[in-house]
Design a protein around this ligand. Structure first.
Ligand code: SF4
Length: 267
């Protein structure tokens, strides 16, 4: 299994500048961490410095700065698979995890196995406290039908909060051109909701950039992408799209919801 290595010292400087100081560790049950003014200044400086850096250089900086307290969350979408392929070369010991809601497509879970075969990296499955059966029984049926915001909160956000407490920074595969809500995504920012630094190495990439890399390097990807599913989440909340539709149009169709809550700012 891929795992961070506690106690391994990170380097102090990179070509992109000095690194951040370790964040104060929260007490068990304490509130979400806040950065110091010094850390805020460092994040702003690094965000500006890395705006035109390659994704590999951004990840190299993140690892030099935060590893082993650097992690990556992935829904095993095309962007996540590209980042995993980069981490396999740069630092395969980074802890990579998937929020396994219990509602994922079989093809998504099989992709995890194909990634393990190709890169020797086992994406860890982080599950909610309650199984799907117990969760639906507790709420009188599927919450994705009656209250999808609550379902995403319970089965994704809470799980990420649990994992985030053990790390100082996390990487995600979001891109600015995926949707209007992601258009302002910085490369590096403080993530208020989860209390750690959030790094988006593919923020400036286009969908075409991602697929060129996947095809050029034969990176494993979800076969559902070849069946009209550009964006894949849980099966109850994902449909295929028709040509010309927005790439996230198949998520939560018929509902006002466009995000699961992982990438919307905290209060
Ligand atoms: Fe529940 Fe749908 Fe959110 Fe998955 S995407 S956690 S099924 S509401």
């Amino acid at each position: 299994m891929s795992s961070a290595v506690p106690g391994l010292s990170s380097r102090n400087h990179t070509e992109h500048g000095s690194v951040g100081k370790a964040l104060p560790r929260p007490e068990v049950g304490s509130a979400v961490r806040m950065p110091t003014p010094e850390q805020v200044e460092m994040i702003e400086r690094q965000n500006a410095a890395l705006e035109t850096a390659s994704a590999e250089d951004i990840l190299t900086w993140a690892i030099a700065t935060y590893f082993p307290h650097f992690t990556m969350a992935t829904g095993l979408g095309p962007e996540g698979c590209v980042i995993i392929s980069m981490l396999a070369k740069i630092e395969p010991r980074v802890y990579i995890f998937n929020l396994d809601t219990g509602y994922q497509f079989r093809e998504t879970l099989e992709l995890r196995d194909r990634i393990a075969e190709k890169y020797g990296i086992e994406v860890d499955l982080q599950k909610p406290e309650l199984s799907v059966e117990a969760y639906e029984a507790a709420h009188g049926g599927p919450m994705y039908q009656t209250n999808p915001d609550r379902c995403c909160f319970d089965r994704k956000v809470v799980v990420l909060q649990r994992v985030a407490k053990n790390y100082d920074a996390w990487a995600t595969g979001i891109r600015r051109d995926q949707s209007p809500t992601r258009a302002d995504t910085p490369i590096v920012r403080w993530d208020k909701k989860f209390g750690l630094v959030k790094i988006s190495p593919l923020a400036t990439w286009t969908k075409s950039d991602v697929w060129k890399r996947i095809l050029h390097e034969k990176i494993p990807y979800n076969p559902l992408h070849d069946q009209g599913y550009p964006s894949i989440g849980c099966w109850p909340c994902t449909r295929s799209v028709t040509p010309g539709e927005d790439e996230r149009a198949g998520r939560w169709t018929g509902k006002a919801k466009t995000e699961c809550g992982l990438h919307t700012p905290g209060e």
